[in-house]
Design a protein around this ligand. Structure first.
Ligand code: ADP
Length: 874
């Protein structure tokens, strides 16, 4: 019984133990405060592994209740000496009054930070450094802090990693080393550089440390063949940008054209191939184990740096595949992680069998369920799509409606009711619907509905809906009729949309267009718009009327088709100028459809339309002006002929006198010859001489008549190269008899030769004749010895100048400006046209004619005419 009882007690205690009701050590546990000081910011991935290790060990401690305090130095981003002393100060104040029993700095930087501040920050508190480098440990070995400090070295197994890497990539020739610039990056880089020393002779090192992330990525993209990448860590890149090392690794591994290796298991799954990797978690475990030993009383100074150096042998299946590394190359004991499709590969036949059964069964069940499902799904999707459509409709400002024709009931989405101001509770039938429309639109809408019901099936209408406030909105509606099996109208469904804005803009566009057209058509000439390649694309009504082409014919009309060859030569020049300089104008004749010419003054400006240059322009009909000009020329010619007749009339008496002379001489000679011939032996020599004189006189008389005739004939203008010397000489000959009879001395002053001028001989002769006769008139009243007219011809620059100067009475100042006016005369029988015509003739020749009074009395009329280019008459 006692035995049973004791057994029962043992059982009971054991049960309570198992249930956790009784815990013998709970009461005995001593509280210890441990500070974990991370080098970096709160960096979940790797810190988690470390902390997992730490916490797992602390949790299991039977002697201590460990309270953890956690601090982050964030050295990847902030590590200036000033900042760090502030942080030390902060920690000092923060933990003032809190007893810390042990500190575990994680990674090299935190350890160095503590040592540097140890005299004042947590003085004498034991430090168990986790994850220090070997060389750092060697240094610490000799530091005064060593008394209260020990630590666990983390992963300097470069040889192990390289062995695995070279086994997998035997042809490797280059090692690209990637590292960042944060303090801990530098510690790791040092570990790698040291570890790589033995390979210096066989492998070439490509240094990709301390670069910007961009550059690192671009470099790893184009590494030479047979390279492996060694990744240390990047907390911070060369430009100072912060990174989470795992993520930096991911970026690099993804970009790299070569496999990536590293030292720590924390990087598994982020792009490294694998190998013998230092276990971060184990490092944390070891540190925690050490901490417990020290908390139990062991002296840190007596425990050597080092630890077990735990490694795991891990490989990433995906990376092996990526780099074509056969699994046989994985060293013995290696564990391949992240294998994909492995289930299939391992149990292919089992899976197939199971799959067959599942599918078979599935099909059966499916067959049963499918109908039900389908219906439900259809219902659901109908519901959903209704909701979706309604939403979309209201977003697009549409309203949906449905007219149950049998019950004459209209359902519409809110928008529709809103528009017409119909209360949601009010029933809408067709009559009510019509009521909401503008009275003017009801009839046409009704017609559209009737049409849909009777023939088309489709209802299309635009009408105004009257809102309750009396404002009309334009609505476009469209609906589709549904009929029942007997083809009786069942319902009509449709949408309507507010088109007020569209209507408004259409209207204003129409107004603008009408206005434009009105403006266009009001232009009293041709208006046109051409593309740069000379196609007509816009014109006004006058264009059609004046050219005789219809608007169909004008669209796209090629500009050169308006012109004959000569006119196009001119027009194309102006057209090109308009596009190069922006504006051009010309007088030109285009061909109407009926072949008649249409003389125009045409302008064009370059305008940009849709980013392309066009020519817009206007042309006015100048046929009337041309006709007037023609008539004017004709009149002028007639007048000038008349004036010549008048002029010659003046000369007629003296000319008759001049003619009388040779004629008289001829008569006298003829009489003399007769006398000689009546002699018994006539002196034939004498008779011959007389006959020769008669011929000469006859010639002289002939010349006088010729000169007169050439002045008298009405003629066509003819431009020729002329020598003004010769012309002046001839005219002087014509007037000399008159001058002689009036006792006027006539002199010509000229050089031997002058450049030729281009002109009409008869017209220029007429001008000279006018000036000479006027001059002779002017000197008429002068004293007999003071009657002089001097004609001078000279070259003046590019011009030839003829001046007719007299010693007459001169021109009163008041008349100087008027003497060239038509019909201005001071002579009792004067016509007043001589100078007016002369002036016009000279201007038409591109020259000038002007008058001035001479200093010593009398007037001078001067003509200048441009010398003809290259035309010297001598
Ligand atoms: P008309 O000789 O028939 O009068 P013109 O046109 O030739 O017509 O001359 C107009 C007027 O100019 C003359 O009436 C005269 O008053 C004036 N005039 C022309 N030439 C001279 C001149 N050399 N000296 C003075 N007055 C002149």
């Amino acid at each position: 019984m006692r035995r049973f009882f004791s057994n029962f007690v043992i059982f009971l205690v054991a049960l309570l133990f198992v249930l956790g009701v009784v815990s013998p050590s709970v009461a005995a546990k001593e509280t210890k405060r441990v500070l974990i000081l991370y080098s970096e910011e709160k960096w979940p991935s790797v810190h988690e592994l470390t902390e997992q290790g730490l916490r797992a060990v602390f949790r299991e401690s039977s002697s201590f209740d460990i309270q953890l305090y956690v601090e982050y130095l964030d050295a990847g981003r902030f590590h200036s000496p000033g900042h760090m002393s502030t942080v030390a100060d902060y920690l000092r104040r923060k933990y003032d009054g809190t007893e810390i029993n042990a500190i575990i700095p994680i990674y090299p930087y935190a350890a160095d930070f503590l040592v540097a501040n140890s005299p004042t920050l947590f003085p004498g508190v034991p430090i168990i450094a986790s994850g220090v480098t070997r060389s750092q440990a060697e240094k610490l070995e000799h530091s005064p802090a060593r008394r209260f400090m020990t630590g666990i070295i983390l992963g300097d197994n470069i040889a192990g990693v390289m062995a695995a890497a070279l086994r997998m990539r035997p042809a490797t020739k280059h090692v690209a080393l990637v590292a960042g610039t944060a303090p801990n990056d530098a510690y790791s880089e040092q570990v790698f550089r040291q570890g790589l020393r033995p390979y210096a002779g066989t492998l070439e090192l490509i240094d990709l440390t301390k670069l910007s992330m961009e550059e690192t990525l671009s470099r790893v993209r184009s590494l030479p063949p047979d390279t492996i990448v060694l990744y240390t860590s990047i907390f911070r890149d060369g430009t100072g940008k912060s990174f989470v090392p795992r993520e930096a690794l991911s970026l690099i591994a993804r970009a790299a054209n070569a496999p990536v290796f590293s030292l720590y298991d924390a990087f598994m799954g982020y792009g490294i191939v694998g190998g013998r990797l230092a276990s971060i978690e184990h490092n944390g475990r070891e540190a925690a184990t050490l901490a417990l030993r020290i908390l139990s009383g062991e002296s840190p100074g007596a425990i050597p740096f080092g630890g077990e150096q735990a490694y795991v042998n891990l490989y990433d299946w995906r990376e092996l595949k990526r780099w074509g590394i056969p699994e046989t190359a994985v060293p013995a004991g290696g564990v391949i992680l992240y294998r994909q499709h492995s289930l299939w590969e391992d149990h292919r036949s089992g899976i197939l069998g199971a799959l067959f059964l599942v599918i078979f069964e599935g099909l059966l069940i499916l067959g049963l369920v499918i109908n039900l499902r389908r219906r439900r799904k259809a219902e659901r999707s109908l519901r959903e799509s209704k909701v979706r459509i309604t939403l979309a409709a209201s977003a697009a400002d549409l309203s949906l409606w449905e007219w149950d024709i049998v019950r004459d009931d209209i359902w519409t989405t809110e928008k529709g009711r809103e528009r017409a101001g119909v209360d949601p509770s009010e029933r809408i039938d067709f009559a009510r619907y019509l009521q909401t429309l503008h009275p003017d639109d009801r009839e046409s809408t009704q017609r559209a509905v009737r049409h849909a019901l009777e023939v088309g099936g489709e209802f299309i209408a635009e009408y105004r809906v009257m809102a309750p406030d009396g404002v009309a909105r334009w609505v476009a509606a469209r609906g589709q009729l549904e009929r029942d099996a007997h083809s009786k109208p069942l319902r009509m469904r449709g949408v309507s949309v507010d088109v007020t804005e569209r209507k408004r803009s259409e209207e204003s566009a129409r107004n603008a267009q009408e206005m434009m057209a009105a403006v266009f058509n009001s232009v009293p000439g041709l208006l046109y718009l051409y593309t740069e390649d000379g196609r007509l694309i816009q014109w006004n009504r006058q264009h059609e009327e004046m050219t005789g082409y219809t608007s169909e014919e004008l669209l796209g009309f090629r500009i050169q088709e308006w012109f004959d060859e000569k006119n196009w030569a001119q027009a194309s020049e102006v057209f090109a100028k308009i596009f190069s300089e922006g504006y051009g104008e010309t007088e030109i004749t285009l061909k109407r459809k009926n072949g008649e010419g249409l003389p125009l003054f045409a302008t064009g400006s370059r305008v940009m339309i849709d980013g392309k240059p066009h020519m817009v322009g206007i042309a006015i009909d100048i046929s009337l002006r041309k006709k007037a000009e023609q008539e004017l020329t004709q009149q002028r010619n007639q007048l000038s002929h008349l004036s010549r007749v008048a002029t010659l009339n003046t000369l007629s008496s003296s000319l008759a006198h001049e003619l009388n002379q040779p004629l008289g001489a001829i008569l006298r000679n003829a009489e003399a010859a007769e006398m000689f011939l009546q002699a018994p032996s006539p002196d034939l020599e004498e008779v011959r001489a007389i006959l020769s004189d008669i011929r000469k006189d006859d010639q002289r008389a002939g010349e006088v008549i010729d000169r007169m005739r050439s002045q008298l004939k009405g003629h066509e203008v003819e431009l020729k190269l002329l020598d003004l010397n010769l012309l002046t000489g001839e005219i002087l000959k014509l007037v000399r008899p008159e001058a002689d009879s009036r006792k006027i001395s006539l002199a010509l002053k000229t050089g031997s030769s002058h450049p030729a001028v281009r002109g009409d001989r008869v017209q220029l002769a007429q001008v000279l004749l006018n000036l000479l006769l006027n001059a002779m008139d002017a000197v008429n009243d002068s004293a007999p010895d003071g009657r002089r007219v001097i004609v001078s011809v000279q070259t003046a620059g590019p011009q030839v100048e003829v001046a007719v100067s007299d010693t007459g009475r001169g021109i009163p100042e008041d008349n100087l400006a008027r003497v060239f006016d038509p019909f201005f005369t001071t002579k009792p029988d004067g016509l007043g046209m001589g100078l007016a015509i002369s002036h016009e003739i000279i201007e038409a020749h591109g020259g000038r004619l002007w008058a001035k009074n001479n200093e010593g009395g009398g007037a001078t009329f001067t003509i200048t005419l441009p010398a003809a280019l290259g035309g010297d008459t001598k």
